[in-house]
Design a protein around this ligand. Sequence first.
Ligand code: APR
Ligand code: ZN
Length: 250
Amino acid sequence: MLRHAGKILARSRFAIAFTGAGISAESGVPTFRGFNGLWRKYRPEELATPEAFQRNPKLVWDFYRWRMKKILDAEPNPAHYALAELEKIGVLKAVITQNVDDLHREAGTENLIELHGNIFRVKCTSCSYRENLKESGRIQNFVKSKDLPKCPRCGSLLRPDVVWFGEALPREALERAFRLAEKADVVLVVGTSGVVYPAAYIPYIVKERDGKVIEVNVEKSGITPIADVFLRGKAGEILPKLVELVRGSK
Ligand code: APR
Ligand code: ZN
C-alpha cells in the first residue's frame, strides 16, 4: 500500500495535501475529536463560538491563551517536514490545512492555505485592525497577560483570528482551496476526522474529478470511504517513508 501510494504521488501532475489536527498530534498539540481530544474535555459551544465569546470573553481568552502557550512550546514533527520536502521536490503544489497552529509554515511549507485562520493572529471586534502576534513580537507578553486584549487603534475587544463554529471561512482562502482541489489529480489527506464542512469537501472535489485520494490516519475517518489508498498509522512515521519512496521513483 505504501509503495502504491508512493507511485501515485511520484506520477502525479498536481498533488495537494489536506491536513487536520492529527498531523500536529505528534508535536504535542491536542486534537479535537480523537482520543484525548479537546472536545472530549471541553464543550466547543462554550469556547469556540461567537456567542460564547459574547457571553464570556474572559473564559474564551483563557482557553485560547492556554492553546497558544501549548502551541508555542510545540515544534513541527517529521510529518510537517515531509510535506515541506514534497513541496521542495516539486511534487506537492500546496498544503490546505484546517489547523491554526502555524506548524506547516514553521516546517517550511510555502504554498499554505489556512482555512480556519491562525491562532497567533488577532483581529478587532469593531474595526479592521489585525495583528500577527509572532511577527509583531508581542506574543510572549500577550499569552502572559490576564487582561482582556484591546485594539490599539479603537480600544475595542480583540478576538482570535480563527474560524469559530457557525462562522464563515475566510472567502479568499476557501476559493483558493477549491480552485486548487479542482486542479488536483491527487490529494494526500492527513490527520483529519473529515467531519467539519466546508473544509471536508476538499477531498470530495478531487475525487469527483477522478483524482486519487490517499489518506493517512491512525483510524478510519469521514474521508476513508472515498480513499483510494488508506495508510493506517501515525503521520510522523508514514509521511517520511512516503517521501523516500517518491524520491526513489522520481
Ligand atoms: N497521525 C495521523 N492521524 C492522527 C494522529 C497521528 N499521529 N493522531 C490523531 N490522528 C487523527 C485522528 O484519528 C482523527 O481522525 O487525526 C484526526 C483528528 O481529528 P479532529 O480532532 O476532528 O481534527 P480535525 O479533523 O482537524 O477537526 C477539524 O474541527 O474543531 C474544529 O476547527 C476545528 O480545524 C478543526 C476542525
Ligand atoms: Zn479596533
